[in-house]
Design a protein around this ligand. Structure first.
Ligand SMILES: Nc1nc2c(c(=O)[nH]1)N[C@H]1C(S)=C(S)[C@@H](COP(=O)(O)OP(=O)(O)OC[C@H]3O[C@@H](n4cnc5c(=O)[nH]c(N)nc54)[C@H](O)[C@@H]3O)O[C@H]1N2
Ligand SMILES: Nc1nc2c(c(=O)[nH]1)N[C@H]1C(S)=C(S)[C@@H](COP(=O)(O)OP(=O)(O)OC[C@H]3O[C@@H](n4cnc5c(=O)[nH]c(N)nc54)[C@H](O)[C@@H]3O)O[C@H]1N2
Ligand code: SF4
Ligand SMILES: [Mo]
Length: 695
């Protein structure tokens, strides 16, 4: 009997990017655990990923290529061989290119795995798409508005080292729910608390994290930039601005100061729906506590003003001078720390002319309205847009187009796969090679294949190599093997990779990137990568891009007053589900049981006004669409807000989810999605009759 420990990485779209070890006995994966000596993973995974091995063996796993035999959306398929699947895909893509050129192909890649080889970070498949001249796919679904906003202020979207939060004295968890979405950060925060740090959550919902914090402020969704300006107003009133820092390290302070002075406590209270006392109390605490760290994650930027929110929040630690202190500053993403050679993977030099870019969150528009050329072939991998992208009903209409050729590569028969002409079975993480960084830490992780793939599953890299061969493409870069690709990625002179060799990484499974110890690390103490080299309250780049040159506040597109709000009294926010990761695990029976069915949480006052009692079946809807859920009545949401969770599979929960109500509309920056800038009405439904045939 042979037993080995194989190092790997959690592939999911989660900031914690855990390092894991698979125990393999006689060729079978028998146990999975977080790597004990990894300083961030610290031996634990999470409630979801503890079930990962069971998930790889689930009875509904896709094991063979399939061809559609039913209507689009019906989900009826026949098993076919890889050869005939690849022949058909190759033929249809070639015909599309002949008719309309490569841009009629849309490679629709999602967040299913973040790996540099198999997934998003390396834009897996980009070499093939470049050779074919396919449309570019812009990943707008998750964090882009915030990334774009930060770049105006900081010149980068890369924030402080999460491990440096251990040295913060005040931690603002702003629109961030780590106990559900990245719980390893919470351990760092607990260490800071043991040293006396105070933790404040800013969230319209009393999340799991807010319930554990020292203080919780619940502003109206989409008003965070106003709150940041209001808090800075108090800091100024206390005379606590760091004049030397502002003088030496920032641009545009005089103008920004004027703007801050417009947001006195009374106005800020009106905008945010908070009490003046709450704002003043927190403002004073910020004024007297060094260092203060702001942790913002993605939830807060799914609004019309989401980019501006991050842009303005990043100004807060400049006024207090905290950017120069370890444990001070702002953390949104750590993506930029890993200096691997991404360009070598992407190979954008293979593209022989510029191509158009299509936005991930505008799939319905892309399929129903885009012309010149129309999208004729859609290749979906690592994504489940029927469940996850905005405007579900129009997406279904687009995917139902008879003249559209759709390929879906996935592990499971998702709602999206049901619309495919060809379904290709993909390997899961213990079955393929990959390399990962993290967007919430400073480590690089190696994922060694631990077991053979089940059935006929193939990795993304191998699928695209075989497709290139089936299309008779000559470019040698299309046939690079996985180890070669990993070597190209890590072959970089970037100082972050100093001392990190492929062999050592492969042996141990992980390495901390070459940066100072978190206790001493203030990445922007000496300046910022902006055009001026300073933090920019006023940004000429922003002005050139058509935004206000000065950081400020952009309110919601569907605000809380006016006619729209009378017809649709609730702002619907659809937060991360504790038991799923986006839609991954949404079909896992044990986790579905723990998650319960779709629900919507309302404040008791709102529920009473709408004639809704706890447990009622309700319809949540607007002009775009509607979905059903069970009502929960609880003070965890503030009045005016309704909360539901993302991740349920529509086909397992009545056919529609929250994205049936979400408009396909861009945030102020980057083309980000606006999942929470979404007003709805909520009405009770009659209880299901006993003769209901639904189950
Ligand atoms: N368990 C689990 N973990 C996950 C995921 C998951 O689906 N499940 N998803 C992963 C992914 S893809 C991502 S992007 C991250 C997201 O990580 P987070 O951003 O932490 O998660 P969200 O639940 O989207 O949003 C966090 C909080 O923002 C609040 N919020 C919404 N609108 C506003 C606002 O306008 N202002 C403020 N202040 N708060 C607001 C919500 O109430 C929510 O509690 O998590 C990752 N981790
Ligand atoms: N209402 C609402 N909607 C949201 C959000 C929200 O907060 N509210 N959050 C948004 C956010 S933050 C995100 S990131 C998006 C996520 O949206 P998507 O990127 O579409 O992610 P998922 O829906 O989880 O679908 C991922 C799919 O990839 C598959 N997959 C996983 N690994 C692999 C692999 O190695 N190969 C292949 N071929 N497939 C694989 C999984 O089985 C799954 O079906 O959802 C967004 N949608
Ligand atoms: S989902 Fe996040 S917390 Fe869970 S194992 Fe993966 S990286 Fe770690
Ligand atoms: Mo995300």
């Amino acid at each position: 009997m042979s037993v080995t420990q194989v190092p790997g990485a959690c592939p999911l779209d989660c900031p914690d990017g855990c390092s894991w070890q698979v125990t393999v006995r006689d060729g079978e994966a028998v146990a999975l655990r977080g790597t004990p000596d990894h300083p961030y993973t610290r031996g634990t995974l999470c409630v979801k990923v503890n079930q990962f091995l069971e998930h790889t063996r689930a009875p509904d796993r896709l094991l063979h290529p399939l061809r559609r035999v039913g209507r689009k959306g019906e989900g009826r398929f026949e098993r076919i061989s890889w050869d005939s699947a690849l022949e058909e895909v190759a033929r249809r893509l070639s015909e599309t290119i002949e008719r309309h050129g490569g841009e009629a192909i849309w490679p629709y890649q999602g967040t299913g795995t973040l790996g540099f080889l198999q997934g998003l970070q390396g834009r897996a498949g980009s070499r093939l798409w470049n050779v074919l001249g396919a449309s570019r796919h812009d990943m707008t679904i998750c964090s882009i508005a915030g990334l774009a906003g930060l770049r105006y202020t900081l010149g980068t979207s890369t924030g402080i080292d999460p491990e440096s939060l251990e040295y913060s004295r005040l931690i603002l968890l702003w629109g961030s729910n780590p106990l559900t979405t990245h719980h390893h950060l919470w351990k760092v925060i607990q260490r800071a608390r043991r040293d006396g740090a105070h933790v404040v959550v800013v969230d319209p919902v009393r999340s799991r994290t807010a319930a554990q914090a020292d203080e919780h402020l619940a502003p109206l969704p989409g008003t965070d930039a106003a709150l940041a300006l209001g808090l800075l107003n108090v800091v100024l009133a206390e005379g606590a601005e760091d004049r030397a820092y502002l003088e030496n390290h920032t641009v545009g302070w005089e103008a920004f100061r004027e703007r801050v002075l417009e947001f006195g406590p009374a106005r800020t209270a009106r905008e945010t729906g908070l009490a003046e006392e709450e704002i003043v109390r927190l403002g004073r605490r910020i004024a007297r506590t060094r260092p203060t760290a702001v942790r913002v994650s993605q939830g807060i930027q799914r609004h019309a003003g989401g980019g501006t929110a991050l842009r303005t929040l990043a100004c807060l630690p400049a006024v207090t001078g905290d950017w120069q202190r370890p444990g001070g500053g702002l953390l949104y993403s750590t993506d930029g720390y890993f200096g691997g050679n991404r360009e070598a993977l992407h190979r954008d030099d293979l593209l022989d002319r510029p191509v158009r870019t299509l936005s991930m969150t505008r799939l319905a528009e892309g399929l129903l309205e885009v012309d010149d050329p129309p999208v004729e072939a859609l290749v979906v991998y690592g994504a489940n847009p029927v469940a996850s992208s905005p405007d579900q009903n129009r997406i279904r209409r687009g995917l139902a187009r008879e003249d559209l050729f759709t390929v879906v590569m996935d592990h499971f028969p998702t709602d999206t796969a049901d619309y495919a002409d060809i379904v290709l079975p993909a390997t899961m993480q213990p079955e393929h090679l990959d390399v990962h960084d993290g967007y919430g830490h400073l480590y690089v992780t190696w994922n060694e294949p631990a077991v053979a793939p089940p059935g006929e599953c193939l990795s993304t890299t191998e699928t695209f190599r075989r497709l290139a061969r089936a299309m008779d493409l000559k470019e040698p870069a299309l046939y690079a093997g996985d180890e070669e690709l990993a070597g190209e990625l890590l072959d970089s002179r970037h100082p972050s990779l100093a001392g990190i060799t492929v062999d050592a990484l492969r042996e141990r499974g992980w390495a901390r990137l070459s940066y100072p110890d978190p206790k001493e690390f203030a990445p922007y103490a000496d300046g910022f990568p902006t055009p001026s080299g300073k933090l920019e309250f006023v940004s000429e780049t922003a002005r050139a891009d058509g935004h206000d040159a000065l950081a400020g506040y952009v309110p919601a597109a569907e605000p809380g007053d006016g006619e729209l709000a009378r017809a649709y009294p609730f702002v619907l926010i659809s937060v991360a589900n504790h038991f799923f990761l986006n839609t991954v695990f949404g079909n896992r029976p044990a986790l579905r049981r723990r998650a319960g069915g779709p629900s919507v949480v309302l404040h008791p006052k709102d529920a009473a006004a709408a004639g809704i009692t706890a447990g009622d079946r309700v319809l949540i809807g607007n002009v775009r669409g509607e979905f059903e859920a069970a009502a929960v009545v609880d003070e965890v949401v503030r009045p005016g807000v309704a909360m539901t969770a993302k991740g349920h599979w529509p086909k397992l929960t009545g056919g529609h989810g929250p994205n049936a109500t979400v408009e396909e509309r861009d945030a102020d920056m980057g083309g980000g999605a606006v999942f929470h800038d979404n007003r709805v009405r909520i009405t009770p439904l009659p209880p299901r009759g006993d003769d209901s045939s639904e189950d």
